[in-house]
Design a protein around this ligand. Structure first.
Ligand code: FES
Length: 647
């Protein structure tokens, strides 16, 4: 028998796998998510599990100490299974349900951390933070009901031309040039005669032409739906939209299943170049989208055949992957994507399950590292239509910045690193249940008070918690301006394997096996990340000849950004020292932008104009950026005059 059973606890779920399968692969197949920041390369140490019955074959690793090995700990990605085993997943190795930014607000999920990572987070109401823009209603796919005059000897137009004539005459639609698929035409003659010359025509704008996508007998024009999708590196969010009355019927989000193949875009691009890697990544994200669509459709009693259009917005790599395009050139100098703007295609071509002839479009990108999520967000912000100078920032593992107004736009991107997503940090975690998001430290005793997401037992520190923690450590004097810890009589400051460390939560009070702490090397990582964000912002301003004070509006987009404490971020020197009223949270600008694009061809024109207008500045070999980066490696900065409010 070449199969072995693995039973996972506390889930108590069993799966039979081919011998030689890793524990990580088996868990994924079962829909149980184990953290795998490095994508299974055996270098991040986040996939630790305990083999409590049976044995596995594994490679030697320095990521586990001898005591842990004695307790049965193995790396899930390295441990191959050849006999029946039982595996326990410790809480810190399991990613819980993350609070997913469905729209303008981020709301922590309240489910227990034992839930399946891929379960769909329940609907969170639309936020009120997005400046609502109005575009002329002209959806990607439009349904029109026609009552055709039957042909006569005097009016002997063909069936298809009869439809064209009626669309032009009654509805004044500009259809030229027009195309219609042969499959549709073949059915048309019978359909018209069977339905007494009453027909609903679905047409879509497709790459400069109008396509008559679908003919249906009778009047079905009231049933026309579309889905706006934000494909994030970490999460995928979908809005089900009634294309007739422009109402959003429901929103749902889930983790991007590609996470099993690495946390960031670079790891995924590398994985895509492996055998069947691209196909696996494409399948993962299309499954995500299909699950969200079918769940929304079921909840709102809508048939998949009545969904005629999907509009996606994502970074350039995510857009390549959903379209099954090899993204490998994105990470090779001179960093050229295969396409910034891709044509409107049939959704079925990439496995998206809506009406088989329904359309799929993607927001245009500007470059390899400024994608459709940013152009969609800028569209929503309205900054490209105003005189005032605005700065737009989307912060994730990459930071994207756009500066400009209605006349010009300039943008850049920088690698922030995964620190604010909780990766590469000893006690880091995503913004999941139990993640520490707020910290206050007593100046005399150095004793902290922490607040966790969902008020659950602490299991790690998420991005906003790290910003809080560093700002507090600086305020009370645990670290100096260079971010260096100094020895102290406080038991919370001690010397660990990597030098000094500060214990935030003792393990007896935590959901973890070890104390929750921050090490000197973690602090160095975070300072580099915040320095990259600030340096990129300053470089963009400098190159365009502006000072920070010239910025009239500062838009912050993205999941991490949405939870940022502005004063603490300024104290850290991550964002410019501007008055609070200049900052505006955009929320999930990507999905909000995709919704506009789904509903309006005018918005599609506008976003294309935005993408074409944006001048991209490559920072990787830019001296100004490097100088700014070095200057920003202090708290808040080497030049304190840049932070007048902190004096
Ligand atoms: Fe196993 Fe990174 S060490 S996923």
């Amino acid at each position: 028998m070449n199969k072995a059973n693995i039973t996972f606890f506390p889930d108590n779920k069993t799966i039979a796998v081919v011998k030689g399968t890793t524990i990580l692969e088996a868990a994924k197949e079962l829909g149980i998510y184990i953290q795998s920041v490095c994508g299974g390369d055996g270098v991040c140490g986040k996939c630790r599990v305990i083999v409590r019955k049976g044995t596995v074959q594994t490679e030697p690793t320095g990521l586990l100490n001898p005591e842990e090995k004695d307790e049965g700990f193995v790396l899930g990605c390295e441990a191959k299974v050849f006999e029946d085993i039982e595996v326990a997943i410790p809480p810190e190795s399991r990613a819980g349900i993350e609070s997913i930014l469905l729209d303008g607000k981020k709301t922590p999920a309240t489910s227990s951390s034992g839930l399946d990572i891929y379960s769909i987070v329940e609907t969170i109401q639309s936020g009120d933070l997005i400046e609502e823009k109005i575009f002329h209603h002209s959806p990607l796919a439009t349904k029109v009901f026609l009552k055709l005059p039957p042909p006569t000897l005097q009016d002997a137009l063909s069936d298809l031309e009869r439809i064209y004539r009626e669309l032009k005459r009654i509805h004044h639609y500009e259809l030229s040039p027009v195309q219609t698929g042969l499959a549709n035409i073949k059915k048309l003659g019978r359909l018209l005669r069977d339905h007494n010359w009453e027909v609903t025509v679905t047409f879509g704008k497709r790459n400069g032409t109008t396509e008559l996508i679908l003919f249906e007998g009778g009047n079905t024009s009231a049933k026309n739906y579309g889905v706006a999708v934000d494909i994030g590196t970490t999460t995928v969010v979908a809005h089900l939209v009634d294309l007739v009355n422009e109402q959003t019927l429901g929103t749902k989000g889930t983790f991007n299943k590609q996470i099993s193949h690495g946390d960031d875009v670079i790891t995924r691009i590398i994985f895509a170049s492996e055998k069947e890697g691209l196909a696996k990544l494409n399948l993962a994200v299309t499954e995500n989208i299909n699950n969200l669509i079918s769940s929304l459709a079921e909840e709102h009693h809508i048939k998949l055949e009545d969904i005629t259009a999907v509009m996606c917005a994502g970074n350039t790599t995510m857009t390549h992957l959903v379209l099954n395009i090899d993204p490998s050139y994105i990470r090779k100098e001179p960093y050229i994507p295969t396409a910034n703007e891709v044509p409107v295609i049939r959704a079925a071509e990439v496995g998206i399950k809506i009406h088989p002839r329904g359309l799929l479009a993607c927001a245009p990108a500007v470059s390899s590292y400024v994608g459709g999520d940013v152009t969609a967000g800028v569209l929503v912000s309205g900054m490209a239509e105003k005189d005032e100078l605005a700065l737009y920032i989307d912060m994730g593992t990459n930071g994207e910045m756009v500066l400009g107004n209605k006349d010009w736009l300039a943008c850049c991107a920088c690698s922030v690193g995964p620190a604010f997503e909780g990766s590469g940090i000893k006690s880091g975690t995503r913004a999941v249940q139990g993640a520490i998001q707020k910290i206050k430290i007593n100046k005399e005793t150095f004793e902290p008070v922490v607040e966790t997401i969902g008020h659950a037992k602490p299991r790690g520190i998420c991005g906003s918690g790290l910003v809080d923690l560093l700002a507090e450590m600086k305020r009370v004097g645990i670290i100096n301006r260079a971010g260096k810890m100094t020895e102290s009589p406080s038991p919370r400051i001690r010397t660990g394997e990597e030098g000094l460390e500060y214990v935030v939560v003792w393990k007896k009070d935590a959901e973890t096996k070890d104390d929750i702490m921050i090490t000197q090397s973690d602090i160095n990582h975070i300072i580099r990340s915040k320095a990259a964000i600030f340096a990129a912002t300053r470089t963009l301003l400098k190159k365009m000849g502006y000072r920070v004070e010239d910025v009239q509006k500062f838009y912050i987009a993205g999941g991490f950004g949405n939870f940022l404490d502005i004063p603490k971020s300024i104290e850290l020197g991550m964002i410019p020292d501007l008055p609070a009223e200049k900052f505006h949270y955009i929320g999930n600008g990507s999905v909000a932008g995709a919704r506009h694009l789904l509903l309006s061809y005018a918005a599609t024109h506008k976003v294309r104009e935005i993408a074409n207008k944006m001048t991209y500045m490559e920072l990787s070999d830019d001296n100004t950026f490097h100088e700014e980066f070095i200057s920003a490696l202090f708290l808040p900065h080497t030049d304190l005059t840049l932070f007048p409010s902190l004096k």
